[in-house]
Design a protein around this ligand. Structure first.
Ligand code: ASP
Length: 754
């Protein structure tokens, strides 16, 4: 596509010679698409060169781009004629009522001054403020980046010990982002600056995401989490000889500059510099235009002011390896086996498949694992259940036309049950559901079968042995192109089979993902992700698109059941995202569970709403109770000694208040009498019949709006809040209401966020 620039801009002639398709105002565009409106605030002294460089990069895109150039009115350009500026540049007053898809703020030769000392600083601040509501995405270069970071995020710049001058090596911090999509692991960019960012402050800033750094010159690229601002500290746009010109200029000005690093062959300024950054520069600008401007800008530019949100950035195309786990309902019968095979085979990155034992086919059915447990408990009556199991597997195999000896598999269990003691068997029997089912699935799909007993290891105390397992598993798995691994079990050092707790195939899946360094762990089940509220209370609740590992932990604690609670621990340290998907609706996006939601902007205000009836509030009062740590400890000790689990706790100067399950009622009475008996003057009150509601969301602590919405939803229904805890870690809000108000409260809160 051509790039449209003002008539007669000098860039046209140069770029036309280079075969960059440039179009001037007078040639009308006929395509039935809206060209992207890009504004360049050109603060560089070498205006014409910068115009040409940026036009060249923006023109290398299949998108239609229309450029406008902006100058500051508080500063007159010195190195370019006034006519040029009048002919091609607008002032802020001329554009302030317009909207732009993108804006570039260039570098400027003012980096050694304080921002506030710069002649046009106030005007620049006004432009940056205006950009928040009038520009979809802004790209800041070099000093422009320092100014933007200072204005929007309070990040200071600092003087470097030595000028960063030359062509430096860079690497990516954030590989799956869109801005550097398609980049090599290492690439080069010119820098020319005396100052740098306060890198530590940038890394620590919760709204900023560092994308690329250089070992020599620090942070190179970063973006705001909402994708509105892209900051680039180097000069990808430079021409091959720009650094040479700067070098010669500095010599002329008597500055005695060092030879630009890694630029001239043999560092010999008389030789012709080699360009090593051009391809990356082209890719960077076309990625920005495509992903940060074109793909997410509204069709109607006026909508920019309403603050449209860009799509989240999970680039599944960039993932090479996916571990998948299918739950029991996904493997309940032959039809489900077919769906599983289809899902796995539709994407060759799904190389390692973890399978649960066949689950229920309908609500009256019994899971294979439960049949196995029954067979083990039935003693002589085991066969009743084992026959059912044999039939289930045979039925599936027959329907799938797979030759499979279900009898031989179940006979092996029969023999073991007859010859070994319960202690020798340990968890062997319940593990066979996964073992036999996975063998059958492997045969059906033509995948290799890998017995989890050989590679997933527990220590002598029965704790999962992560280190040994990950090594064994990764060595083994990579010998196979495609493999099925049964979930739920592993083995003890003495070889006996040991299972995780119920639902443990989720953990096996996470272990396989971690051991193989998978890019994604897909956990396939029968719901399209984590629902925002209990479907028994809220009709057809929406599923949550994105939550963090920590939010998932909170939600599981509050009773949401999707994944085995220990699953995240296996993948969290490696930052592998988990995607909950629905085998029966594979195209649904499901829920993505990530380490840090800041990298994705598809977020909802809250991530879930959970709760239950059957709680009570206990308040203990005593002068100085909370001030005096001995007294406070004493109360907590008494509660602990009675085995009372505290859900949440609040303190006042002379009081402590606890929310506990009503099942602890007797223990609470005991605790109260002990406290009253041993702590002079202590009184206590209890209030039962409460329901606890937990609202989880990562922005709980930073968005006042969320609390207001929750509380006003309840106020509108005149529901009295008996207990309110705005949560530790800014992740949740816990409320207690009368049990009779429970369902209405959940519905009302849900309505606010759905
Ligand atoms: N089959 C086992 C259970 O029912 C493990 C699993 O499905 O994850 O608990």
């Amino acid at each position: 596509m051509p790039i449209k620039v003002p008539n007669n801009l000098p860039a046209v002639e140069i770029l036309t010679k280079e075969n960059v398709f440039v179009m001037t105002d007078t040639r009308a565009m006929t395509q039935d698409i809206r060209p992207l409106q890009i504004l360049i605030l050109n603060l560089m002294p070498t205006k014409v060169e910068t115009e040409t460089q940026l036009t060249r990069l923006l023109g290398n895109s299949p998108l239609q781009v229309e450029l406008e150039l902006l100058q500051t009115s508080t500063h007159k350009a010195k190195n370019v004629s006034e006519e040029h500026m009048i002919a091609f540049y607008k002032t802020f007053d001329q554009v302030r009522n317009k909207y732009y898809d993108g804006m570039i703020i260039t570098g400027a030769p003012v980096e050694m001054m304080e921002f506030e000392e710069v002649e046009y600083w106030d005007e620049l601040c006004e432009i940056m403020e205006w950009s928040k509501t009038h520009v979809h995405s802004t790209f800041y270069i070099c000093w422009g980046a320092q100014a933007g970071l200072y204005y929007h995020y309070g990040i200071k710049k600092k003087v470097l010990p030595k000028k960063a001058f030359g062509v430096f090596l860079h690497t990516l911090e954030y590989k799956t982002g869109m801005l550097f999509r398609g980049f090599d692991d290492e690439f080069y960019v010119p820098h020319s600056r005396y100052t740098g960012l306060d890198d530590e402050a940038v890394f620590a800033h919760p709204d900023l995401r560092v994308i690329s750094t250089s070992p020599d010159v620090g942070i190179f690229a970063l973006k705001s989490n909402d994708d509105k601002h892209i900051f680039i500290t180097g000069h990808s746009e430079y021409d091959g000889d720009t650094l040479r010109k700067e070098y010669l200029r500095d010599i002329e000005n008597g500055l005695d500059p060092e030879v630009p690093y890694n630029y001239f062959p043999d560092d010999d300024p008389s030789k012709e510099p080699q360009v090593s950054w051009r391809s990356c520069a082209n890719l960077l600008y076309s990625n920005w235009l495509n992903y940060f401007v074109y793909q997410s800008t509204p069709f109607d530019l006026n909508d920019i002011k309403t603050g449209n949100k860009p799509k989240h950035e999970l680039v599944t195309d960039d993932f090479d390896l996916i571990t998948v786990k299918f739950g029991g309902s996904s493997l309940a019968d032959a039809g489900q086996f077919r769906k599983v095979a289809e899902i796995v085979k539709s994407d060759s990155r799904r190389r390692f498949v973890v399978a649960s034992a066949p689950g229920k086919r309908n609500s009256d059915d019994i899971k294979i694992t439960d049949l196995l447990l029954k067979s083990q408990a039935a003693g002589d009556g085991a066969d009743e259940y084992l026959n059912l199991i044999e039939e289930r597997y045979r039925g599936i195999a027959d329907e799938l036309n797979v030759e499979f000896d279900a009898k031989a598999e179940v006979d092996a269990i029969r023999e073991k049950l007859a010859s070994e003691t319960a202690e020798e068997l340990l968890d062997y029997v319940p593990s066979r559901g996964e073992y036999i089912g996975s063998k059958l699935l492997a045969k059906y799909m033509g995948f290799d079968f890998i017995d989890a007993g050989e590679f997933i290891k527990f220590d002598a105390e029965g704790n999962y042995d992560k280190e040994t397992t990950e090594k064994l598993l990764s060595d083994e798995l990579f010998k196979h192109e495609f493999a099925i691994i049964p979930g739920f079990y592993g083995s003890m050092p003495d070889g006996r089979i040991k299972t995780f707790s119920r639902g443990g195939s989720d953990i096996t899946g996470a272990i396989v993902a971690a051991s193989t360094g998978s890019d994604l762990y897909e956990n396939w089940t029968d719901v399209s992700g984590l629902l925002m509220a209990d479907p028994r209370i809220v009709e057809k609740p929406v599923s949550v698109p994105l939550i963090t590992y920590r939010e998932l932990r909170e939600l599981s604690y509050l009773g949401a059941e999707v994944l085995h609670a220990d699953t995240v621990f296996q993948v969290a340290s490696k930052g592998i995202p988990i995607n909950i998907k629905n085998t029966n609706a594979p195209l649904d996006a499901g829920t993505l569970i990530v380490n840090n939601a800041r990298y994705y902007s598809d977020a909802q205000d809250i991530s879930g709403l959970s709760g239950a009836r059957g709680y009570m509030n206990v308040t203990v009062q005593l002068a100085h109770l909370n001030e005096n740590s001995d007294l406070r400890e004493k109360v907590l000790d008494v509660f602990a000694s009675k085995g009372i689990k505290i859900e949440t706790m609040m303190t006042g100067v002379d009081s402590m208040s606890f929310l506990v399950k009503e099942s602890f009622k007797d223990a609470v009475e005991d605790a109260i009498s002990e406290i009253k008996g041993s702590m002079d003057g202590a009184t206590a009150e209890t209030l039962g019949g409460l329901a606890m509601i937990g609202v989880v969301g990562r922005d709980m602590g930073t968005s006042p709006n969320i609390a207001i919405k929750i509380l006003s939803a309840l106020a509108a229904l005149k529901i009295n809040i008996k207990f309110l805890d705005h949560g530790a870690g800014n992740l949740h809000m816990i409320l207690a209401v009368d049990e009779k108000d429970y369902e209405n409260a959940i519905k009302a809160i849900y309505q606010q966020f759905a």
